[in-house]
Design a protein around this ligand. Sequence first.
Ligand code: HEM
Length: 439
Amino acid sequence: MLLSAAMSAAPIDVWKQPIDALDVISARIYGEHGYPHEAWRRLRREAPVHWHQPPGYRPFWAITKHADIIEVSKQPKIFRSAGRFILFPEAQGAGASLEEAPPLRMLVNMDPPEHRDYRRLVAHWFTPRAIGKLEQRLEEITRDIFDELAGDGGWRTCDFVRDVAALQPLRMITEMLGIPQEREQWVLKITNQNFGLEDPDFQLEGDTPEARLAFITEAFQYLDQLMDERRKNPREDLSTVLAQAKLAGRPDDPEGSVPVPKFELYSLYFLVMVAGHDTTRNAISSGLRAFLEHPEQLRKLQRDPSLVHTAADEIVRWTTPVNHFSRTATQDYELRGQHIKPGDSVALFYASANRDEDVFPDPDVFRIDRDPNPHLGFGVGEHFCLGSHLARMDLRVFWRQFAERVEEIELDGPLELLHASFVGGPKRMPVRFRMKPRA
Ligand code: HEM
């Protein structure tokens, strides 16, 4: 197997900069250099709870140690998710900050007890047992994608992000929701344009609050139709579950009979739809990047496909597709000797925690048989990723089939990274490859 990677980025010497000047948040840094691992290493060592005041952003505490992220995440009443749950730049010119205009109320920006009531509405669809029933179908979806790619077995080229990584998780979540295949591209558009990627390639025209509102209005109209249809003709899908959802309102009403307010219902729908594929797409394309940079790890997987279980988690640890979420303190709190005040923002850098030398032996080594692997790539505590079992299954099935079928793969042009510090990964990844033809 021939594997090569041609990625380069001029390094910044973060050890010589004043610590207050370290940039761990601007989209530019992520787009041009990738995740700022060296800056995080220094912060973990010298200032693990650090008050950051970068230009263009409201200030925040940067939390970079594994143990501290767990401590904060497990106290959702002290560190709430409502409010500033992701860090975005302040408004520039006529634009509006995505922070000021997150138009939805989703699980990720709700707090207990309300958060638990909403999570319960869909949680049964994401248990290991429920997800396990979908594995056969996922194998077929993935096989179809690879069959399409393989052609007659000769050399071919594609954009790995658009033509491969995006497809499997997108098709899987849209099937779970019961959204027709011809709507897939619409789902992709919603994800790219409305869920806060700072990357200019994905922003709405003008990126004004009006443009965002118009977009959401159009999407809500589609959901109105879909929900009406499912109430009349229920099916075995998540859209039907959501269309029929009722909140448990009163102690004398344990089964629940309170209709879910439309805004919250559609917000939940959006979250499942978007979180259900965008992150996994990034895990797959960043996973390929990891394999291109560590070809011996792919050979190892090919020799022993049972390693996909640990490999899936190591890919999530190594690539950490969701880089950060943020919380807001509701009271005074002491963390590693730093005084966090009510109203302060606290940014949880999962990608830094996943390289914490106090937790992971050789944290900067990508090793697909790493076990145990207590990474925080899916978060921890109250907001632990609802879709983690689905994501792991997507990754296991994908990489097992990839290792079986792809004979040679290499970069065929420059890899471009997302200009974003919330989620991370390649934006474009031209590749040349040769696969075993369809059986
Ligand atoms: C490799 C893929 C994935 C990664 C890295 C990932 C990561 C995360 C992280 C870090 C959180 C925590 C949010 C917080 O701290 O506030 C989260 C929450 C969530 N994820 Fe995932 N996720 C992935 C795949 C999925 C999939 C496939 C779904 C399917 C629906 C999903 C649905 C959700 C939902 C609904 C939440 C919100 C949970 C809550 O607030 O209670 N994720 N995810």
